[in-house]
Each structure stands twice: as C-alpha cells, then as structure tokens.
Design a protein around this ligand. Structure first.
Ligand code: HEM
Length: 460
C-alpha cells in the first residue's frame, strides 16, 4: 500500500495532492450510495490527502491526517468561505442560517447563539431531557420490539422543540412535529438523499415527485414557524428562556432586529442540526451497548454506583465510562463523515502542498477516526481507548473544529449522557438484529441502516 501511495504522490503535478483517477460519475454514485466503502478504498489508494471531484462543486481536497486537519482548524477563518460547497443545506436551512454565513456576520451570529448551548442555560435543560426520555420510553411494553431510532428521534425532537422554540405541548407543537417528520422523510434513504446533492434533480414536478413533495412539506412547516414567530412578536414575554425569545430580542450593530426570514432560517438550522444528529448518535450507542455484553456490564456497574434519579445531571455527565462509551460511539461511526467544507479564498499550504484558491478543503472525520496509527484496531468498539489516552482535537473531531466547530457540541453530549443514563437505569433490552448493523446515508448524516431493533426485556 505504501508503494502504491508513493507512486501516486510522484505523479502529482504543481505540488498538488494526488487526484482521484476514477471516472467522475463513479465517484459521485459510489460516494453517495456507499460512502464508507468509497472513502476507505480511496484512502488506501491515495493516502492521507487527495483530491476528489463532485458534480457541480469545485475540486475537493479530502484530508484525514491530523497535521493537515490542524493546519485547517487553526488557520485564519478569513481564508475560507462556505458557499457554494455548503449550499446542499440551503434548501433545508435557508441562506441566513449560521451554517451558511461567513465573515463578521458569522462571528456575530455565533456569539449570539452560543450562550444557550453552554453553562447554566444548558444545564437547566437537564431535567427536561430526563423527563422527556421517561415519557417516551414509558410507552413501551415488556416483550415489545421497537426501532431505537424512532424513539430516540421522538426524544431529541421534543427536547429541541421545547428548548429552542419554547413550545408547550398543544396543537401547533404537534403540527410542527408531524410536518418536520414528513419533511425529513424526503431524505431518509441513500437514494432519496441524491435530491439534496444533485441540483439537476431539484425540480418541482407536482406533489407526487420527490422534490415537489419536499417543497410542499417545507412550506407547511414554514407556515407553522412563521405563525409562532408572529405570535411571539405580538405577545413578548421577557421571562421566557427559550432560544427563540433570545433571537427575538437580539439587535445587530445597527440596532436592527432579526427579520422573520432570518429567524426562520436559524430555527430551522437548529431543528435540523440539533435533533437528527443526536437521535442517530443515541441509536448507535444503544446498538453498541447491546451488541457487546462487556460494555453493557461495565456501564450498568457505573450507573449503579450512583442513584441516577437523585444525582445532579451535571454529575451524571461526568461519569468516566459513560463518557468513554459516548466518545467511542461518535468515533466509530461519526454522525457526519465530513466537517463543513471550507472554500479557499486564497491559496494555502496544507501538509506541504500548495492548494489553490477556489478548491474546497474537507477534513474527513470518518477516515481520521479510523487511522490505525492513532486508534489501534479501529474497527473494534473499545470505549477503554478514551480512558487510556487523550486525543488531540485534530485526531478526534466528531463535532468538527476551528471557527465552525459545532455550536451544539456540549448540548449534544449532555443530552446523549442523560438519555442513556435514564434509559439504562430503568429498562433492559436485548438486541433484535440478526446481522451486524452498518451505517447508511440519511440526509446529511450516517445512521444505522435498520434503525436498531431492540426488544424490551424488563422495566423498573
Ligand atoms: C451528536 C450530535 C451532533 C454532531 C455529531 C454534530 C456535528 C457537527 C459537525 C461535524 C459540524 C461541522 C463543524 C465544522 O465544520 O468544523 C457541526 C456544525 C454545527 N452544528 Fe452540530 N452536531 C451535533 C449536534 C448539534 C446540536 C444539538 C446543535 C444545535 C441545536 C447543532 C448545531 C450546529 C450548528 C449551528 C453548526 C454550524 C456551526 C457554524 O457553522 O459555525 N449541532 N455539527
């Protein structure tokens, strides 16, 4: 393999990394439909840094070496822009989303949105997270087989609707939930995801066509969101602590409030980024815990050493083995395989190569997490590795890094730990899968292909 890599390195011209030589069309379909397999094959053929092509996008430099990732995460943010690479998200989150902002607007919006996802404000959501988990899980009966992903999605969506929108259960809350689930159905299989990535497929050919269906579901959801915004503008309540309230009272440098469209785009971003991801991570965690008896045993021992019901949520979040299980879950199959793309505004040196202006830099989380030099036996689920060693932010990056690091990282880890502790201290399950579960594309995330079937053995 080393010989093969050297061979390609020698062929690289103008001090550029090796360029994938497989036909473009093959790269697109292989990359979209079987991304794990595609990435592993390309890394074997071309090494730690290589250039791929993707329809309609600039050439993309895929990097899995910590040195290259460090160079990108620590570089001046002004070197990069997000568009057009991140525009695949635009149909979902709109053009005013933090995900698509650059420069000063990005810095200002991050400053505004960060506080509720950290410190005291975030901790206040601990009880909410545990109560919602109890409520959703209590619907299950002994001997019942259920799809973990569906229950986890119900939990994470309820948490985000209450924390971000401050919605109370009621008619609009139910309608938003249903509209969101319907909209996300547009991308819940690898094939349907093509519509997000390939702009040529984005034509509204009526409600029965895939894109037409998506557009109509999005309109239905938008209508509900705008109704909520209007109502909250008409009846301001400064005592409310949800994120919508914070955004409604925010003013920019010119003392202007956010427009309805800006509010809608930010709410959609958090709805979208903040619940699919956590639901997927929790489903994987439940899969590993129930596939590996030793992991389950150790975790239960740790949870039994405290009284989960009476322990402060912040103390639960500090449990070392629980933390290691969550970390290994996000290492093994990261929820997103790549960070957001960074489009070079000027040329930049990465790992000794001179990457020209206009190319996209794409740190590959999946490949970085599967390097045998950093993670021995990378295909094995071993939480212990996180007890034995600390990994640098360039070796372990499930939430990306640098100026675009995930806004919801602390919130997501907190929720993952509290939901798992609550579930495992009240319920026991067996895995009801007959073969290993693998990741499959689900919109922009990689989720367990079957959703993870579990059977309820008992509840306390
Ligand atoms: C397990 C759960 C989650 C994972 C694995 C995850 C992962 C990521 C990754 C990899 C990025 C790109 C970072 C980069 O380009 O360097 C990102 C960005 C982002 N995430 Fe998350 N995320 C999760 C949960 C959340 C939650 C709960 C929220 C908020 C409610 C959230 C909101 C965002 C936002 C707004 C950005 C864009 C940040 C920016 O561009 O400045 N995420 N996330």
């Amino acid at each position: 393999m080393i010989l093969l890599q050297e061979n390609f390195l020698n062929q690289s011209d103008n001090n550029l990394p090796p360029r994938i030589r497989e036909p473009k069309l093959l790269q697109i379909f292989w990359g979209l439909l079987q991304q794990k397999d595609y990435l592993e094959t390309m890394a074997k053929r071309y090494g730690d840094i290589f250039i791929g092509e993707f329809a309609g996008f600039p050439s993309s430099v895929v990097i899995s070496h910590p040195q290259g990732i460090q160079e990108i995460f620590t570089a001046d943010a002004k070197l990069f822009a997000t568009a057009p690479g991140n525009s695949i998200m635009e149909p979902l989150v709109g053009t005013n989303s933090l995900l698509l902002l650059d420069g000063d607007r990005h810095i200002q919006r991050r400053k505004l949105l960060m506080p509720p996802f950290h410190g005291e404000r975030m901790r206040a959501y601990g009880n909410l997270m545990c109560d919602i988990t109890d409520r959703v899980m209590s619907k299950l009966k002994v001997e019942q087989t259920f799809i973990a992903r569906e229950s986890m999605q119900e939990i994470s969506m309820t948490v985000i609707l209450k924390a971000v929108f401050g919605l109370q259960e009621g008619e609009r809350y139910e309608k938003i939930k249903i509209a969101l689930i319907d909209m996300l159905k547009s991308f819940n299989t690898p094939l349907k995801t093509m519509f997000l990535f390939l702009k040529v497929l984005q034509h509204d050919l009526g409600s029965l066509s895939p894109w037409g269906y998506f557009i109509r579901q999005r309109e239905a959801l938008d209508k509900l969101i705008y109704q909520e915004i209007q109502e909250r503008r008409n009846q301001p309540d400064s005592s409310r602590e949800d994120i919508l309230n914070l955004l409604l009272s925010a003013r920019d440098d010119a003392n202007q409030p956010m427009s309805d469209v800006e509010l809608r785009d930010e709410l959609m971003s958090m709805l979208f980024a903040g619940h699919e991801t956590i639901a997927t991570a929790l489903s994987w965690a439940l899969y590993w815990i129930h596939s590996l008896p030793e992991v389950r045993k150790k975790l239960l021992q740790e949870l039994k050493s405290i009284d989960v019901e009476r322990t402060e949520s912040t103390e639960i979040a500090k449990l070392p083995y629980l933390n290691a299980v969550c970390s290994e879950t996000l290492r093994m199959y990261p929820v997103v395989f790549f960070t957001q793309v960074r489009i070079l505004q000027t040329s930049m040196q990465v790992m000794g190569y001179e990457i020209p202006k206009g190319m996209m830099l794409t740190p590959c989380i999946y490949l970085a997490h599967h390097r045998p030099d950093i993670y021995p036996e990378p295909k094995k689920f071993k939480p212990e590795r996180f007890l034995e060693r600390q990994f640098s932010p360039y070796e372990y990056l499930p939430f990306g890094g640098g100026n675009r690091r995930c806004l919801g990282m602390a919130f997501a880890l907190f929720e993952m730990k509290l939901v798992l502790a609550t579930i495992l201290s009240h319920y026991s399950f067996t895995l009801a899968e007959s073969s290993p579960v693998l990741p499959a594309r689900r919109g922009l995330t990689f989720a367990p292909s079957s959703g993870v079937r579990l059977m309820v053995r008992g509840c306390q």
